[in-house]
Write a protein that binds this ligand. Structure first.
Ligand code: TRP
Length: 438
């Protein structure tokens, strides 16, 4: 990877069959982005994640094939991108465990998906963790391993997934601070949210989603596509009556496939009273123009799954060329090492330890109680004034430990930062202090 290449990584949980909303919202933009110069794309089938949601083996297998075939049919070039199946990379569950050990349980308690499950149970009046597997609880750690394994810079996600990327950053930071000794063993990823990617409405006008049962299949038979489009809900205006484009699912879907000129012409037809049947026919033809050639490729791949299997296995080889050496380095860093060199890396290990910030409490000759925040052997980042009571000093320390930098405002009368120490480094140290004491 050259230094200015951006590495973009995306995972798709293998529980469903791709629909038109997936195509417009994820597949098409990701395939396009993967062709952009200066980006390096990692795309994988998150089949370990599928097991969290689905205990039907037939469905997991079938979905893995359908999703892989869909991406390939939509133009993903496995020579150019790294396209693989999560469960073909044994380093991913291995990294998951290392991350599990640096992740506060409290952090996972705050995950939206887990909290939603708790809320649902509370509402139903059942035990808080009823039906919640440890897999659901650990979901964010597995996802962090997916991302950190390949040192991804950017992860394009929907808003519902942003928290997971933030958690991955937290885990990477904790891991680096504990074991890196100043080195960035793991790369901190950033979430990329594209608000321009229109949410495609479904048959009933709500967001197209499997859970609303309002989807149009992406690569169903041509006749099915036509039938589904004819089933899009419209109002009761007759042919000849002007139609609203605003709020029309039919129009929104058309726009997602058409050029601006075509869209303008379609809007004009609406204003001039095109009949719904004709409008649907035009929509069908426009979608078919884009999807039709891909469908042929999809059908070929579905009939020849060994071609998909081959592509994925080749992708796994490529992916492991990065995962295997990184995992070797990480095992070394945490102390999972050959026994023949016991103690040899002791000085490097001390370096890693010494870089952790520490809050120390002490009493001075003047009889007062003090604390300071230090980093390494010599650097003082915060120095407190003298407290008359040890309790007050202890309370201030606890606030810094639990609230981090947010406690600084309340304590500003009590702490000073030595000259030459930047506010940012104090905040950074406090943040690490918090993440390491959860
Ligand atoms: N959680 C993602 C979803 O439900 C799927 C996923 C798993 C993923 N691992 C990932 C996405 C890593 C991006 C990066 O959509």
């Amino acid at each position: 990877m050259s230094s200015n290449t951006v590495r973009v990584l995306t995972g798709i949980t293998t529980t469903g069959t791709p629909h038109l909303g997936n195509y417009v919202g994820a597949i098409r933009p990701t395939v396009r982005a993967s062709r952009r110069p200066g980006t390096e794309s990692f795309l994988f089938l998150a089949d370990y994640h599928a097991l969290i949601k689905c205990d039907d083996p037939v469905r997991v297998q079938r979905s893995t094939l359908e999703i892989a075939a869909s991406w390939l049919a939509a133009g993903l070039d496995p020579e150019k991108v790294t396209f693989y199946r999560q469960s073909d990379i044994p380093e991913i569950p291995e990294l998951t465990w290392l991350l599990t050990c640096v992740t506060g349980k409290g952090l996972l308690n705050r995950a939206h998906a887990y909290k939603a499950a708790l809320d649902k149970n509370a509402e139903a009046g059942v035990d808080a963790d009823d039906g919640v597997t440890a897999g659901l609880f650990m979901y964010p750690v597995l996802m962090a391993a997916d991302i950190l394994m390949f040192k991804a810079h950017q992860v394009p996600v929907g808003r519902d997934q942003v928290q997971h990327i933030e958690m991955a950053r937290d885990m990477a930071a904790s891991f680096n601070h504990l074991y890196g000794g100043g080195r960035e063993l793991l790369t901190l990823p950033a979430a990329v949210i594209d608000d321009n990617v229109a949410l495609l409405p479904g048959l009933d006008g709500r967001k197209m989603s499997k859970s609303y049962d309002n989807v149009i299949a992406l690569f169903g038979p041509r006749e099915q596509l036509k039938k589904q489009i004819m089933g899009i809900v419209t109002d009761s205006r007759a042919p000849g009556e002007p139609k609203e484009t605003e709020g029309s699912a039919l129009f929104a879907i058309y726009r997602a496939f058409a050029t601006p000129d075509e869209t303008a012409a379609f809007a004009k037809a609406f204003a001039e009273g095109i009949g719904w049947g004709d409008a649907k026919q035009q929509l069908f033809e426009r979608i078919e123009q884009e999807i039709g050639p891909m469908r042929a490729r999809y059908e070929h791949l579905m009939a020849n799954p060994q071609e998909v299997e081959q592509a994925l296995l080749a992708g796994a080889v490529k992916a492991r060329q990065l995962a295997t050496p990184l995992m070797r380095e990480l095992r070394q860093a945490v102390g999972l090492r050959a026994l023949t060199n016991v103690g040899k890396s002791a000085s490097a290990d001390k370096g890693a330890r010494a870089s952790l910030p520490v809050l120390k409490q002490y009493r001075e000759q003047d009889g007062k109680f003090y604390f300071k925040l230090t980093q390494g052997a010599a650097t003082v980042l915060l120095q407190s004034k003298g407290f008359d009571s040890p309790r007050d000093a202890g309370q201030a320390v606890r606030r810094l430990q639990t609230e981090g930098a947010t406690a600084l405002a309340a304590l500003k009368e009590w702490v000073t930062t030595p000259q030459g120490v930047s506010e940012a480094s104090v905040k950074d140290a406090l943040e690490r202090l918090v993440s390491n004491s959860v």
